[in-house]
Every structure is written in structure tokens, then in C-alpha cells.
Design a protein around this ligand. Structure first.
Ligand SMILES: C[S@@+](CC[C@H](N)C(=O)[O-])C[C@H]1O[C@@H](n2cnc3c(N)ncnc32)[C@H](O)[C@@H]1O
Length: 217
């Protein structure tokens, strides 16, 4: 399995018992080192050798291997603009073995009538979301507060807004057919904002994204 944008291995560690190997790629050395620390724990030793952690930009990744499955979770496709998404989905086609599957998730935030939302997760934690509909982006900011309610840390990420219809169209243009879609996500948590879906896709019969030589006669 190839996991793109694996980060500290939240998904890597969950799938590890069920797969032969995982190539976990991320461009954050800090996050990959958290994964490696976790893999060094005695309870993980049995499966640790299955993981190949690769520090790389997934938009410039050179891979010679092909995989039964590629995972791009946590709506990470939306980190990239349209050209980058097209290029990445094309690369994923090449990294999949024939019959291989792409597992990819998408969160579609609800735009509602406002361009700023605050989601109070706990007294210590809030998520602030601001939408820039003109730019087609939204910024999620995680705000940590101390007991006095003062902001002590903030982490933010800006991603591209992509509707499910746009996402499915991009998958189709890259030569993927969606085999199944599942509603997922933290439904019962205060930070469950918008819709979360996981898609299983494989190369479509039309194979728009696959370059294959045909001979006639
Ligand atoms: C939302 S996190 C998801 C991490 C992990 N999949 C999880 O679910 O916990 C997005 C990840 O994408 C990584 N990332 C962002 N841009 C990247 C790029 N161009 N190449 C590789 N990794 C990238 C970040 O370092 C981060 O770990």
C-alpha cells in the first residue's frame, strides 16, 4: 500500500495489521519522526518492518514501485490547487497496479450563510473556520486556550473548496471510476463540521488517465 500525506501515521498505524507493507510518504520530517517513534514501541515491533517512511513532496514523488492500493486520506487532496490535483491523480494512476484501488476522502464544509464559524470543541479548544468564496478556499484554525480562556496556541491550514460533484468530475477526468462512497467522519463530535466521505475508486474501463499503446491489424 502507498499512503500519501501520511503525517504522523494515524491511518498508517490503523491499517498496518491488515497489509503486507506500507510506503508512508509525507513532506514533514517532524510528523514522520512521530510515526517512527510510535513504531519503535514494543507493541508495534511485530508490524514495524512493514513500514517504509519516505520524506518527500507527493507532488514531486519519483516512484518505480506500483501498489495494490493508494490512500490519500483526511481530505488532503484539497491541500492542492486544480493543476496540482490533476497532476497528482495522474501520478496515482501510474502508481497503482492493474486492478488496484484508490482510497480517498473528501470533506465538504457547509457554507451556510456566513463566511466565519467558530466551533467550540471544549473549554480549551476551538476550531475557527473562515471561507473565502471568491478564492475558493477555506482556512481552519485550531485555537488552544488555557484555563483562563486566553489563546495560547494557533495552528491553521488553508485548503481548497471542492464540492462532491467537482471532486467526482476530477476523479473521472483522471481515469478513475468510483466503485463506492461511504459516509465517514466524527459524527458525534463537536468538531464534526460538514460532510465527510470516503471513496473507493479504480481505473475506469475508459482509462482516460492511462497511457497504453494499442496496435491494430
Ligand atoms: C491533514 S494532515 C493528514 C495526516 C494523516 N494522513 C492523518 O490523517 O493524520 C495532511 C498531511 O499532508 C502533509 N502534506 C502537505 N503537503 C504535502 C506535500 N506536498 N507532500 C507530502 N505531504 C504533504 C502534511 O505534512 C500533513 O502530514
Amino acid at each position: 500500500m502507498l499512503e500519501l500525506a501520511a503525517g504522523s501515521g494515524r491511518i498508517t498505524l490503523a491499517v498496518l495489521p491488515f497489509v503486507r507493507s506500507v510506503t508512508a510518504v509525507d513532506n514533514s520530517a517532524e510528523l514522520l519522526s512521530i510515526l517512527q517513534e510510535e513504531l519503535a514501541k514494543p507493541e508495534r515491533v511485530k508490524n514495524a518492518a512493514k513500514v517504509d517512511a519516505v520524506l518527500a513532496d507527493i507532488l514531486r514523488l519519483e516512484l518505480t514501485d506500483q501498489f495494490d492500493a493508494v490512500i490519500l486520506g483526511t481530505t488532503s487532496l484539497c491541500l492542492f490547487d486544480a493543476d496540482q490535483r490533476r497532476s497528482l491523480l495522474g501520478d496515482i494512476q501510474r502508481w497503482l497496479l492493474p486492478g488496484g484501488e484508490l482510497l480517498i476522502s473528501l470533506r465538504t464544509p457547509e457554507l451556510g450563510g456566513s463566511d466565519f464559524y467558530v466551533h467550540e470543541v471544549s473549554p480549551q479548544l476551538a476550531i475557527e473556520e473562515s471561507f473565502d468564496v471568491t478564492a475558493g478556499t477555506f482556512t481552519s484554525k485550531l485555537v488552544e486556550r488555557n484555563d483562563a480562556g486566553e489563546r495560547v496556541a494557533e495552528y491553521s491550514v488553508t485548503t481548497h473548496l471542492l464540492t462532491e460533484a467537482e471532486f467526482r468530475a476530477e476523479l473521472g477526468a483522471a481515469g478513475f471510476a468510483v466503485a463506492a462512497a461511504f459516509d465517514v467522519g466524527p459524527r458525534n463530535r463537536a468538531d464534526a463540521i460538514g460532510n465527510y466521505k470516503l471513496f473507493r475508486a479504480h481505473a475506469s474501463a475508459a482509462g482516460a488517465g492511462i497511457k497504453e499503446g494499442h496496435t491494430h491489424g
